[in-house]
Ligand binder design. Structure first.
Ligand SMILES: Cc1ncc(COP(=O)(O)O)c(C=O)c1O
Length: 418
């Protein structure tokens, strides 16, 4: 992390905003922000909390932590509120963990663009491991054993493995058998698992089997989550971490709280009110999340079908609102146009097709690969009204603004070559 660079997805978002302000018509698929109107009851809770101007406890109010503990308990993870820390987003909690826990870090390749800069900012080495062919968010288990053993033999100190379940950027989630295998190896190698489950409620099939590593290796798994994705509240900044029971968990929780006390002090007072309501999952809010997730799934699958019909290979999405296409099959044709890697591919998409995508190199992928991330959550419309229509529609794909955006993706694949 350099003092002068900002996170690549945020930099791209700003660039698109600037170019749009100058009149350019850009289809923005580069930023993973769920664009949906705020659910009205959340606005009521925020307003009700407006007078909560005192600092409050570093780890969060007991009421809000009780709600988060209940949220985990309903996901087969019985939790005491003392195991929870709330913060302004899960990003600072992930950073605090990197500060609090010694040792180097193992990341899947590709992985969300923030993990590596956070680790390197703390002077840690990052080991990147390929993900399985059918899903992302987890390194290939056997590779994990080999790479960790080799790294240790060479003087490295890998002690943390970060998983993303469901995954950004591949839009998939790892099956339970893989999680079990991975947990067994983490235990054998004495690795701490950081399981980023911020997309936990954005599983396309709510009945799809989902296993948290915290169910399998509870003594060594920290889970992070938040309200940015399931409720489209990124700008409100509400995140939470669940620490393991027992001495190790208590030690990490205290270390993260210590960082919190020196950096952000506490989650903002009004947001404690929001967190207490949202994590308690009242029926009307669960229905809203289910509707949002149906929309995310429908649009992600439509784009997946469109890409694969055009010959672009891609993992079939099962969660979150991303796709991670690979244009290796078109390497020769792209090479004629000067596109040799994901940076030049990202550039060509923006300049020739007026579509913003995030090149795989920003996500730790091999720069030479022709892979990139598409955030399909940007296709629901630019205004609250259009987004609400998308949310309410029986078939959002038939709405003119959504179907136009999908056609534009199809056209962009043609324009890329002209
Ligand atoms: C995998 C992943 N983890 C964490 C975050 C950050 O979330 P928060 O808004 O809670 O800081 C994001 C946001 O893009 C993400 O994609």
């Amino acid at each position: 992390m350099s003092a002068r660079t900002i996170s690549p997805n945020m930099a791209l978002d700003q660039l698109v905003a600037e170019r749009r302000a100058r009149g350019e018509d850009i289809l923005h698929l580069g930023f993973g922000e769920s664009r949906l109107p705020v659910f009205p009851a959340l606005v009521e809770r925020l307003t009700a909390g407006a007078r909560r101007s005192a600092y409050g406890p570093v780890v969060g109010d007991l009421g809000a932590r009780q709600a988060v503990a209940g949220w985990f308990a309903r996901r087969r993870l019985p939790t005491d509120p003392a195991q929870i820390v709330l913060a302004p987003g899960s990003k600072p909690l992930l950073m605090a963990l990197q500060m609090a826990v010694p040792g180097d870090v193992v990341l899947p390749r590709p992985a969300w663009n923030t993990y590596a800069p956070q680790a390197t900012a703390m002077g840690k080495r990052v080991y990147r491991l390929a993900v399985p062919d059918d899903c992302g968010g987890v390194p290939r288990p056997r590779l994990l054993r080999r790479v960790v053993q080799q790294a240790r033999a060479a003087g490295g100190d890998p002690r943390i493995v970060v998983l993303t379940l469901p995954d950004n950027p591949t839009g998939t989630h790892a099956p339970p058998a893989l999680i079990r295998e991975l947990c067994a190896i983490a235990r054998e190698l004495d690795l701490l698992i950081v399981s980023d489950e911020i997309y936990r409620d954005v599983l396309h099939d709510p009945d799809a089997p989902f296993l948290s590593p915290a169910e399998v290796a509870p003594e060594r798994t920290v889970v992070t989550t938040g309200l940015s994705k399931n409720l489209a509240l990124g700008g409100w900044r509400v995140g939470a971490a669940r620490f393991p029971e027992g001495a190790l968990g208590e030690e990490m929780c205290a270390a993260v709280a210590s960082v919190a006390s020196e950096v952000w002090s506490n989650l903002a007072g009004p947001m404690q009110e929001v967190a207490a309501y949202a994590f308690a999952e009242p029926a009307e809010l669960s229905a809203h999340i289910a509707r949002s997730t149906r929309l995310h799934a429908t649009v992600a699958h439509a784009v997946y079908e469109l890409l694969t019909a055009a010959g672009v290979s891609c993992r079939r999405p099962t969660g979150a609102f991303y796709l991670y296409p690979d244009m290796e099959a078109a390497r020769q044709a792209l090479a004629w146009l000067g596109v040799q890697d994901s940076a030049s591919l990202e550039h060509r998409f923006l300049e020739h097709a007026k579509v913003a995508v995030l090149g795989g190199h920003h996500l730790g992928d091999r720069p030479h690969a022709l892979r990139f991330r598409i955030a399909t959550c940007q296709l629901y419309g630019a205004t609250d009204e259009l987004q609400q229509q998308a949310l309410d529609a029986a078939d959002p794909l038939r709405l003119p603004h959504v179907s136009r955006a999908l056609s534009r993706i199809e056209e962009s694949l043609v324009k890329l070559f002209h």
